[in-house]
Design a protein around this ligand. Structure first.
Ligand code: AP5
Length: 221
């Protein structure tokens, strides 16, 4: 079966970034994460970064026009042989409709949308324990990896940090924003026959393997 373009959907902390890393490493995917692109813009203090920073720290969505421009610019550069893996986009109905229109213009097949399902309690636990490596981008967790704040990255020895939006108030806000703005996309993609659901509370390796099988068409949707 042929490999498919994939959109990873799911609430904050569901594991989109973690599993995207696995799919990128084990299959030939071009990973496009709007969260990573926006964090890079903030770190560079670019115009986009200056506009996005406040929204991100508060756990709000960055306005559609800014994010759509960012993604559209990159999608137009995709080679038709290349498979993409979208993580964190689309997040609103307006973004989903724009993406559908862009893909039709580019004459690409409809991507598979994988919805990662997870409880709020597990999201809060994971985000409170998440640590990031600024040097190699590894995503760790104190619950799983036995790390303390300030510990070294197990991959490259970099100084781990906590994302500024992983504070309790911002996590709470992100969950509310997800319910209000992003959860309706499940119905949008279900109606278009693109959606498949995966239990994201299973062990990390098990979820990653399941996603890879879906992306390769080796598991029925
Ligand atoms: P973004 O970076 O996309 O954040 P998010 O969607 O809130 O998702 P996260 O990155 O927090 O979680 P994740 O699902 O990737 O989980 P992870 O793999 O890290 O966006 C950040 C902000 O940017 C937004 O709030 C918004 O402001 C802005 N933005 C981005 N895109 C936008 C858009 N399209 N429109 C408007 N604004 C946008 O895993 C979490 C933790 O759990 C890790 O510690 C990991 O190690 C652990 N873990 C993962 N899987 C497992 C498992 N199976 N078992 C145990 N632990 C696990």
């Amino acid at each position: 079966m042929a490999q498919r373009d994939v959109i990873l959907q799911g609430p904050p902390g569901a594991g989109k970034g973690t599993h995207a890393e696995y799919l990128k490493t084990h299959m030939s995917y071009t990973h496009l994460s709007t969260g990573d692109l926006l964090r890079a813009a903030v770190a560079k203090d670019s115009d986009l970064g200056k506009q996005a920073q406040g929204y991100m720290e508060a756990g709000e969505l960055v306005p559609d026009d800014l994010v759509i421009d960012l993604v559209a610019e990159r999608m137009e550069q995709f080679d038709c042989e290349e498979h993409f893996l979208l993580d964190g986009f689309p997040r609103t109905t307006a973004q989903a409709e724009t993406l559908t229109a862009i893909l039709e213009t580019l004459d690409r097949e409809r991507p598979l949308v994988i919805n990662l399902v997870i409880s709020d309690a597990e999201i809060v636990r994971r985000l409170a324990g998440r640590r990031m490596c600024p040097d190699c981008g590894t995503i760790c967790n104190v619950h799983r990896d036995g790390l303390d704040i300030g510990d070294k990255c197990p991959q490259c020895g970099g100084e781990l940090y906590r994302r500024s939006d992983d504070q309790p108030e911002a996590i709470h806000n992100r969950l509310e924003v997800y319910e209000q703005d992003s959860a309706p996309l499940i119905e949008y993609y279900q109606k278009r026959g693109q959606l498949v659901t995966v239990d994201a509370e299973q062990g990390q390796q098990q979820v990653s393997v399941e996603l890879a099988e879906l992306a390769q068409g080796r598991r029925p949707c």
